[in-house]
Design a protein around this ligand. Structure first.
Ligand code: ADP
Ligand code: ZN
Length: 758
């Protein structure tokens, strides 16, 4: 320890307090290095904290408690990782202890068991050779079963797992124990790495040579300076993955660096991972939220020890414990799932840029439809723009046509043909004929409807009341098989009622389409077609996602129907038709990003069509065909969309023209919640008055969804083009605001750079 503070260290604890804590180090305990975990007493419990270094003797509390244990020999967090967490704590205004906890795998966070258990399996190994037949006859004279096991072990190389022998080959434990007692075999524990992706065959690598545009992009990135950021704007099917792979090959294989590849959670399929595994094999570690704590820890450990050099994962993979980082790739950088929805509400794209700067790595942000934020940064020269304007292999972007849902047709207007009136209302003639033709040619179709369930709400035809959740200001969605009403916000479930709860009326009607209903209508219309549905309800199992996609890849599925899940990354050359059942879900949400989301989703899903030599087409059913998001998607015109959308973000001003923070006040009682919001905004307005129009405070107002999980919600928006000023204002609010502790359970949540204002 440095002499200035003998035996005292500063510790960050994962508690919601904006401070660190001083502890004494008992002379008999190993002195912790910066970044290692310490087990400490805190209040009446023990906690795991991170040692931040020697304590400054100035602010010594009266009574210093001693640390209990230092479980790690090596620090779990490098100096760079601590710096990254410090940035996250400062920018998003969260306590440093919570930021540090976020950067570590869950398995390292338990104070009761600081050392995570590794998984072991029992191995049976031959211990003594029996070279001659004579010996064998003698040893096994009375034990033919033992001989059988022994010779089987010999024939498979002298070892096997115990499980294999007992379960697959059904040898009994008494036979094995007999062999062990006689010293012929040993049974011992062996640590195994839990890598659920390891058992998947990885297939052959892409052997294409890069196109001219790909080559230019690869050259620019591999020649970049540390900390440089590139925006790779490549249309769907332009071969962005090959660019990522070539960059990683150069940095990892030739220059001995490491890399992180971030992909959106729902695109983190085995199919995506396979493309990287095919090139980098065992160098890849996959960090997936569906992994168990143990599996995640094993992957983390392999990266930390340098056994694996490339981390592929969703948002939290930005904290992969790699040293000597060469590149961070953020695929589909516009995806909102890169923003964490709870404290700390960080954006992985922002952290990627900060981490790269700290570690001297480069960043590649890839997208066919970059976020307006990244586009603005490329225009201002902060990022370098790289373009892949064409599909590879001479493929063209698919022709997109609009089907106007306002044009005739309705449940009361039956038409000729095999289809039911309900089907004809949902899938209009043009889309129906296209589906039929594609089925006839044994090609495949993808249908998008971004709403799960059967119907989106239940309406009383007498009093027009809709059935809403008792805890949230949201309608309940009808789900079939089993039939129930479900809240997509809080999970509340109830049985469908036969009568209106408000007026007692007996004619309740279901309105609004969900994927379950479209699936049923389709299977009635095309009884011999194989239809797969992919949404949150069909993909709850760990591999469910992968199984559906494998079936599509093998050609077994004729029509893949799903929510936005099917819009990302899928590369199936036999898909020649993409249909959007209803483009308007979400387009009118009271959120300044609603158009941007709609444009991105339509462009992404359209990009699934015509990726092979057979080409493809796209049909979009909509009630707002002249909406600029729809128009620009149809024209494949990203540049036009951005120009128009940026114009719309000036008045009222929204990102990327300004910076935004959303402060949400919530509580069990409406009055108290509103009062808290009003009081906070008044204090804040007074505090920032001297900054004039450099910062504006808007609200308070009820959130668009004013009640969620029984909590009333009010919010306040802060806008400024000056990020430092915004930080100061947010800090003032979070640190100075007195939140009364009463039965209302009031809370304040700060969301900096929010991706949604609902
Ligand atoms: P994106 O992510 O840009 O939509 P992908 O990376 O999925 O596109 O690539 C689309 C398809 O093009 C893939 O099947 C890929 O193997 C193929 N591909 C990529 N680069 C080349 C190339 N230089 N020559 C031929 N095919 C390529
Ligand atoms: Zn609810």
């Amino acid at each position: 320890m440095p002499q200035d503070s003998p035996g005292l260290i500063e510790v960050a604890l994962p508690v919601p307090l904006f401070q660190t804590f001083t502890y004494a180090v008992d002379p008999l305990i190993r002195v912790p290095v910066i970044g290692s975990r310490v087990v400490v007493p805190f209040r009446n419990a023990t906690e795991i904290g991170i040692c931040l270094g020697p304590a400054s003797p100035a602010a010594l509390p009266r009574k210093v408690r001693s640390i209990i244990d230092v479980p790690d020999v090596e620090p779990v967090l490098s100096a760079n990782m601590i710096a990254l967490c410090q940035w996250m704590a400062d920018y998003y205004i969260v306590p440093i202890g919570l930021a540090l906890r976020t950067a570590l795998p869950g398995a390292l966070a338990g104070a009761t068991q600081p050392q995570p258990k590794r998984k072991t399996h029992r191995i049976v190994r031959i211990r003594a050779d029996l070279p001659t037949l004579l010996e064998r006859e003698k040893v096994f004279a009375r034990a033919p079963q033992q001989r059988a096991v022994f010779e089987l072990l010999e024939s498979i190389g002298g070892r096997s797992t115990l499980e294999h022998l007992m379960e697959k080959l059904s040898f009994s434990s008494s036979v094995l124990r007999g062999l062990e007692k006689r010293g012929l075999i040993v049974i011992e524990a062996e640590v195994v790495d839990r890598d659920p992706f390891a058992t998947r065959p990885s297939g052959a690598p892409d052997r294409h040579s890069p196109t001219a545009a790909q080559t230019a992009a690869i050259a620019a990135v591999t020649a970049a300076k540390p900390g440089d950021v590139f925006l790779l704007n490549g249309v769907t099917g332009s071969g962005k993955t090959l660019v990522y792979i070539e960059i990683l090959k150069h940095l990892v294989n030739e220059r001995g660096k490491t890399g992180i590849v971030l992909v959106p959670e729902i695109a983190l399929t085995p199919q995506t991972v396979d493309r990287f595994r095919a090139v980098f094999g065992d160098d890849i570690a996959v960090l997936h939220s569906a992994l168990s704590d143990g599996e995640r820890y094993d992957a983390w450990l392999a990266l930390k020890r340098g056994e694996k050099r490339i981390a592929v994962g969703a948002r939290s993979a930005i904290f992969a414990p790699l040293e000597n980082l060469g590149a961070i790739i953020v695929d589909e950088e516009h995806e909102t799932s890169y923003k964490q929805g709870e404290t700390p509400r960080y954006h992985a794209r922002e952290l990627a840029i900060v981490r790269a700067r700290l570690e001297g790595a480069v960043v590649v942000l890839g997208s066919a439809t970059p976020s307006l934020e990244s586009w603005a940064n490329a225009e201002s020269g902060k990022y370098t723009l790289l373009n892949l304007p064409d599909r590879v292999g001479g493929g063209r972007l698919p022709q997109i046509d609009i089907v106007d849902l306002r044009r005739r047709g309705g449940p009361d207007e039956p038409r000729e043909g095999p289809a039911s009136p309900a089907y004809a209302y949902v899938i209009r003639d043009e889309l129906d004929s296209a589906l039929e033709a594609v089925l006839g040619r044994h090609e495949q179709s993808i249908l998008l409807l971004n709403r799960r369930g059967y119907s989106s709400f239940v309406l009383c035809s007498e009093c027009a009341a809709v059935v809403t959740c008792p805890n949230c200001s949201i309608t309940l969605t009808v789900h079939s098989a089993p039939e129930r009403l479900l809240c997509h916000y809080c999970g509340h479930q109830e049985a469908p009622s036969q009568v209106c709860k408000r007026c007692g009326g007996r004619t309740l009607r279901q309105r609004g389409l969900g994927t379950q209903q479209v699936e049923r209508l389709l299977s009635d219309r095309f009884p011999s077609a194989s239809i797969a549905r992919m949404d949150v309800d069909t993909t709850s199992g760990k591999w469910a996602h992968a199984e559906i996609l494998d079936r599509v890849a093998s050609g077994e599925v004729d029509i893949l129907l799903g929510t936005q899940m099917i819009a990302k990354g899928l590369d199936f050359p036999n898909v020649t038709l993409v249909g959007v059942v209803d483009a308007d879900t979400g387009i009118n949400l009271p959120d300044f990003r609603a158009s941007e989301r709609c444009f991105q989703l339509l462009s992404q899903v359209a990009g699934r069509a015509g990726r092979g030599p057979k080409g493809g087409r796209v049909l979009i059913q909509t009630r707002v065909p002249s909406h600029h998001a729809v128009q620009c998607a149809v024209a494949h015109d990203y540049a036009k969309f951005v120009t128009e959308e940026l114009e719309g973000r000036r008045e009222p001003v929204y990102p990327p023209v300004t910076r935004l923070a959303n402060v949400v006040f919530s509580g069990l009682r409406e009055n108290e919640t509103q009062r808290l919001a009003a009081g906070a905004s008044e204090r804040l307005r007074r505090a920032v008055a001297s900054y004039g129009d450099q910062i504006s405070v808007i609200g308070p107002a009820p959130c668009p969804i004013e009640r969620v999980k029984a909590r009333w919600r009010w919010h306040l928006l802060l806008k400024s083009t000056n990020p430092a000023l915004l930080t100061r204002a947010c800090r003032f609010l979070v640190e100075r605001l007195d939140v009364p502790k009463d039965r209302s359970q009031l809370r304040v949540a700060l969301d900096r750079d929010p991706v949604s204002l609902l």
